[in-house]
Design a protein around this ligand. Structure first.
Ligand code: AQP
Length: 327
């Protein structure tokens, strides 16, 4: 049986990078496999968070999953800290992983660069992510390209554990889209678009108003030519806009390049603003309709219960394999 698991951190307002790289896939996959989608709040606290903001954002992300088309009758949508087995297996797997493995993680290097003090959790984060995935016997993990290295680590940890203690974990496969797995920053298109990046103009939030994102798109960094061509290496800015356009329009880049032949960047940007206004307004409208905390809580309670049942079974299997006494 195919089972997918994935998560998003409540570490900022979700961007169109999170949507196009991950959440859009979540919606498609819930019809093809058993799906569990998590709000990974324990990951968000690896960097300082304001408690009130964190609480608010965690619920907002659940609401945004649903507004984007995740159906709680098909997929299990829950908050990570509601299932304590994540932390429990996270610790156990820390004792089955090596510092050398963590030292190779590029996301840690990026996120800790230039910081005077960094929490231990930011360093061990990939092991908690391995626990998230392995707890649910996930066969596939839909993520953006930036998470590929963490899934490879998860596979290494699971394979080694199985080799040492006997078949315990299912080995998961990353499910990364061939196209659009890395939406780039609008101000610096050689860098990934990130929800917690300092420059607001680098990203567009899913819940942003058209008047705000219009300015960002019209000012998005391109190049001094005025030829619309997909060339990520030499024309990263316009290639990024073509990627975003193509994913929102469900049209191929070739089609778009042909459509805009001989036209300048301005026209393409203007049409992209219009298209995104359409697509994001639909999500924003559903988001408002779903603003019912009691209903959201009902979904979260039922989903956490479902997730807990699977997670508990896995932790028991792990404990038995390792020799931890269960009563
Ligand atoms: N720019 C992106 N393009 C495509 N996919 C992306 N994802 C993130 N940014 C892009 C995918 O979104 C999912 C959730 O990401 P996350 O919350 O776990 O954290 P992240 O990967 O570190 O994303 P951010 O936006 O950059 O968050 P911060 O700023 O908090 O670090 C993942 O599947 C991710 O690949």
């Amino acid at each position: 049986m195919r089972r997918v698991f994935s998560g998003v951190q409540p570490s900022g307002n979700l961007t169109i990078g999170n949507y196009l790289g991950a959440i859009k896939q979540f919606v498609e996959l819930q019809n093809e496999a058993e799906a569990l989608y998590c709000v990974v709040d324990l990951h968000a606290i690896t960097v300082p968070q304001d408690p009130a903001e964190l609480r608010k954002r965690s619920r907002e992300i659940v609401q945004l999953y649903l507004a984007s088309g995740v159906d709680p009758n098909k997929a299990t949508v829950f908050i990570q800290s509601h299932v304590k087995e994540h932390a429990e297996l996270g610790w156990i797997l820390q004792c089955a992983s090596y510092m050398g493995e963590l030292n190779r993680m590029t996301q840690f290097k990026d996120k800790s660069e230039g910081k005077q003090s960094v929490h231990v959790g930011l360093y061990t984060y990939p092991i908690l992510m391995a626990a998230d995935i392995l707890l649910y016997d996930a066969t596939h993990v839909p993520v953006g390209d930036d998470q590929k290295q963490h899934i490879e680590l998860t596979r290494d940890i699971a394979e080694r554990f199985n080799g040492r203690f006997g078949e315990t974990f299912v080995i998961p496969e990353p499910q990364i889209q061939k196209f659009g797995a890395r939406i780039m920053a609008l101000d610096e298109p050689t860098k990934k678009m990130s929800k917690s990046a300092e420059n607001e103009n680098s990203r567009i939030a899913i819940l942003e108003q058209p008047s705000v994102f219009k300015k960002k798109i019209m000012r998005a960094v391109t190049d001094t030519e005025n030829e619309i061509r997909f060339d990520e290496e030499n024309k990263p800015g316009i290639s990024n806009l073509l990627t975003i356009y193509s994913l929102f329009a469900n049209a191929s880049v070739e089609e778009l390049v042909a459509r805009y032949q001989g036209q300048g960047y301005g026209n393409l940007k203007k049409d992209l603003v219009e298209l995104m206004t359409d697509k994001l307004s639909a999500i924003q409208k559903r988001y408002e309709e779903l603003n019912d905390p009691a209903e959201l809580d009902k979904i979260l309670v039922a989903s956490a219960e479902k997730a807990r049942t699977i997670a508990e079974r896995t932790v028991n299997r792990v404990k038995d394999a390792m020799g931890l006494v269960r009563l």
